[in-house]
Design a protein around this ligand. Sequence first.
Ligand code: IDP
Ligand code: MG
Length: 149
Amino acid sequence: MERTYVMVKPDGVQRGLVGEVISRIEKRGLKISALRMNVMSEDAAKEHYKEHVERPFFASLIEYVVSGPSVSMVVEGKDAVPIMRTINGATNPVEALPGTIRGDFAIETGRNVVHASDSVESAEREIGIHFNGSEVCGYSRIDETWLYE
Ligand code: IDP
Ligand code: MG
């Protein structure tokens, strides 16, 4: 099983899309093993996006992601990392296919509603920034025997 870090960004919270995002994750069959709403600290945001520190959009990205409450999740399942990236759609919503979150609900890259880790290594790093081990619940979904062969 893989784990990934998923965030409904502040625009997604303000636009009432938390339930929509969670619903897509749950219906796909992925397991939510941690869930929290908070205003991300600037330190956590800078650590989270540190690969982009040299990019021209870094300051506005940090400002955006700490601008209001966001919802953080740990999402688990077989191939959870690539499946969540596919659920979210392309970074630039112009290129995101209909049926993806960004393809259905976003217009601009700088307001693209959701985040999901881009690799297993990034996922473990990001989960470590945003959650304590004790906040992550280990349990089985009752439908797992019907999700996995
Ligand atoms: P990802 O979120 O699909 O992994 P990244 O390239 O890692 O995409 O970029 C992280 C986030 O930074 C994007 O989701 C978006 O919010 C923001 N971002 C990336 N490129 C731009 C840009 O050119 N302008 C404004 N914001 C950007
Ligand atoms: Mg990324």
